[in-house]
Design a protein around this ligand. Structure first.
Ligand code: TYM
Length: 359
């Protein structure tokens, strides 16, 4: 019986360009985790086929590009495990097990499925519906305890916790009998004292957990928005970044003198949050600095900061992309390390379930 070890896991889909939301809400926040606990970062290529198969060459390229972005952002392949999901078969195996743990009712409540499937849910793939089960498998194949993500993944992480809890409860006796339990850090009347799967902690924090569209402050910045002006891509060059910030929608008022004054001004609030996250400061500090200033002053300052922070990242991504073999070597090494962690977990889980092991 051992205590569950802290471990951080997170992932990004290789669909289209990474944007500022992915960077500020997730990837940039992974970097300091490397000093705190073992870290695993995944390019979730199996999730990228749930909304239709992308062009094969584009999927391959996007997988390398996201890997390059991780490394350029400061994820160190020597300290973190970096790999693409499809290379570690335990993800698919555990997702199937979780298909049999999660309830239809739980998945029916997922707002992201409703948003993505839209009115045409009859025609959505089964994979899109079961997407959160695969996400739970990503995390729990490593018995990960900490998951830094943007705000839009909150509901999926709650589902992951529900799945872990149900598995622990349903198999409580088996887990004890086999001596595979670890002390539950949060025992309660509903959950056993010995658990196999941790209930992972969603880490949704920082000044920009939900970066909004530059064209509409009420909509999330997203890869799928048809307007490229709505987002800053990590692949954008300095001129493009400055142009997009200049064209960002705002209102006619100057920035308020207090944070409260941003209420009901979604575009202004978004730009302040972006500035704060890029500067590594709080929104309060930015308001203290720019309160009372018009956007004609704030926007150029924001553009300058964004270029200063993102241009080196862009250059490093381009340098890495020029040598795909190097990227592939990182992913291969990462897949081997990831398998070495996930294989024994799945072996335990097969035992707990009672699958006859004849090999
Ligand atoms: P994905 O690829 O849509 O986004 C990757 C990460 O970026 C965050 N993010 C944002 N944060 C702030 N503002 C935004 N506008 C914004 N847009 C995206 C997301 O919250 C996410 O953290 N299902 C996940 C990928 C995934 C995963 C996992 C994550 C698969 N398995 C296991 C964590 C753990 C997704 O589609 O993220």
């Amino acid at each position: 019986m051992t205590a569950l070890q802290p471990r951080c896991f997170s992932g990004v889909q290789p669909t289209g360009n990474l944007h500022l939301g992915n960077y500020l809400g997730a990837v940039s926040r992974w970097v300091p985790m490397q000093d705190v606990m073992p870290t695993i970062f995944c390019v979730v290529d199996m999730h990228a086929i749930t909304a239709g198969f992308p062009n094969a060459t584009e999927l391959t390229n996007a997988t390398r590009e996201v890997t390059a972005a991780f490394i350029a952002a400061g994820i160190d392949p020597k300290r973190s495990v970096i790999f693409n999901q499809s290379q570690v078969k335990e993800h698919a195996e555990l997702a199937w097990i979780f298909n049999c743990v999660a309830r239809m009712g739980w998945l029916n409540r997922m707002t992201q499925f409703k948003d993505k499937a839209g009115k045409n849910s009859e025609n959505a793939s089964v994979g899109l519906f079961a997407y959160p089960n695969l996400m739970a498998a990503d995390i729990l194949a490593y018995r990960a305890t900490h998951v830094p993500v943007g705000d839009d993944q909150k509901q999926h992480l709650e589902l992951t916790r529900d799945i872990a809890q149900k598995f622990n409860n349903d198999f409580a006796e088996r887990i004890l009998e086999l001596g595979l339990g670890s002390p539950n850090p949060v025992p309660s009347p509903e959950s056993p004292e010995q658990i196999y799967l941790p209930l992972p902690e969603p880490m949704i924090a920082g000044p920009a957990p939900r970066v909004m569209s530059l064209r509409d402050g009420t909509k999330k910045m997203s890869k799928s928005d048809p307007s490229d002006l709505s987002r800053i891509n990590l692949a954008d060059d300095a001129d493009m970044i400055a142009k997009k910030i200049k064209k960002a929608k705002t209102d006619p008022e100057p920035l308020p003198g207090e944070l409260e004054g941003l209420k009901g001004r979604p575009e202004a609030e978004n730009l302040v949050a972006i500035y704060a996250a890029l500067a590594g400061k709080t929104k309060d500090a930015i308001i203290a600095e720019f309160g009372g200033q018009p956007f004609s002053v704030f926007k150029p300052a924001l553009a300058e900061l964004a270029v200063e922070r993102l241009a080196p990242l862009n250059a490093e991504m381009a340098r890495l992309m020029a040598d795909p073999a190097e990227i592939d070597a990182v992913l291969k090494n990462g897949a081997e390390q990831a398998s070495a962690i996930a294989e024994p977990v799945l072996r335990d889980m097969r035992k707990i379930i009672g699958f006859l092991d004849v090999r």
